[in-house]
Design a protein around this ligand. Structure first.
Ligand SMILES: [Zn+2]
Length: 341
């Protein structure tokens, strides 16, 4: 006689696929050192591996939140999105690709414009997102970055761009390539207005983005071990029929060869940019807006500019140099002159 009896038949067997303990969504494996990283910890360390400092890729919105004071900023130009000027179809229609990218990333385009304060400085930041069609630069991306720079000129603010891109957007053909010149022209005006432009290069920064604004920064910063280049290594090897050196097109190699000013750990990025702005932004400087923007609504008073100033671009340089002199020194100089008389 059996003492105990199973009331019900066998326990339901666990289906094959579910026998593994579910850890996805909690842990992330570091591709560099294979360490299992607790996802929340990884978020706290700004997506940098706490064991080997491997920098995971990061989205545009997280980038902006990381940079601005109190993670607060106004998003600009969200309405500027790509059309399909060439009615382009490869394996899929371009329109369909755009819709998919928007749904998958929740972003309107491959770049997000933000305006706010960085270390108290009025700053315009454009952050690219590699998840949106490889961070490719089409007409909308070019237009957004150009508008950002133009606003900075109008407001006498600083510009920071965070590049993450595979280059020009093939589906918009030559119209994409024109963005390189357009952004570079806007940056020339920013330079003329003597406003700072800090370019941050992240993994990966390639193609038409490298060949235009990303390499035009007053200061060019890269994240560690980021892939930065124009054409990919395979294309170059096939063209020159030579083997490329190890770590070619990585941040460290580029720094060694003079293409970068600095490599900065992401966790130090905000502090570094603030230090640079402290060094480059002189709130005392008084310069009239660039003549190109003379007709645009320009609130001179709010920006510490002289509202009565009617200077032309040619006169700017002399004024800028003159006004840079600290007020105290000038007063002392004047008083010195007086006492001599
Ligand atoms: Zn690691």
């Amino acid at each position: 006689m059996t003492w105990f009896k199973k009331k019900e038949q066998k326990i339901e067997p666990v289906p094959e696929g579910e026998r593994v303990v579910r850890t996805e969504g909690i842990f992330v494996k570091c591709p560099e050192c294979d360490a299992a990283l607790y996802k929340r910890e990884l978020e706290e360390s700004l997506q940098v591996c706490t064991h080997c400092d491997y920098h995971f890729r990061m989205g545009a919105r997280e980038r902006l939140a990381m940079l601005f004071d109190e993670a607060t900023y106004d998003e600009l130009d969200a309405e500027v999105v790509s059309g399909d000027p060439l009615d382009f179809v490869d394996t899929k229609p371009y329109k369909q690709r755009l819709e998919q990218a928007k749904r998958a990333t929740g972003l309107p385009e491959a770049v997000i414009n933000g305006h706010g304060r960085v270390g108290g400085f009025d700053t315009y930041v454009a952050a690219m997102d590699f998840n949106f069609l490889g961070g490719s630069m089409g007409v909308a991306v070019g237009e957004k970055i150009t508008r950002l720079i133009e606003r900075a000129i109008r407001d006498r603010a600083a510009v920071v761009t965070i590049a993450a891109s595979g280059g020009a957007r093939m589906q918009e053909g030559t119209l994409s390539l024109m963005q390189m010149g357009k952004i570079a022209a806007a940056l020339a005006l920013l330079d003329e207005a003597r406003l700072p432009f800090i370019s941050v290069l992240t993994d990966p920064t390639t193609g038409g983005v490298t060949a235009s604004f990303a390499m035009l920064g007053d200061v060019i910063i890269a994240e560690p071990k980021a892939l930065i280049g124009f054409a990919g290594p395979r294309v170059i090897e096939q063209t020159i029929r030579q083997k490329l050196p190890k770590d070619f097109q990585r941040s460290e190699f580029l720094l060694e060869h003079g293409f970068l000013d600095r490599i900065v750990d992401r966790r130090e990025m905000r502090a570094t940019i603030i230090r640079l702005l402290q060094f480059m932004v002189n709130p005392e400087i008084k310069v009239a807006p660039s003549p190109v923007f003379a007709e645009a609504p320009f609130d001179a008073g709010a920006n510490g500019n002289d509202p009565d100033s009617k200077l032309t671009a040619e006169a700017l340089r002399s004024v800028a140099t003159e006004e840079r002199e600290p007020e105290d020194e000038k007063r002392q100089a004047r008083e010195g002159l007086k006492s001599e008389v």
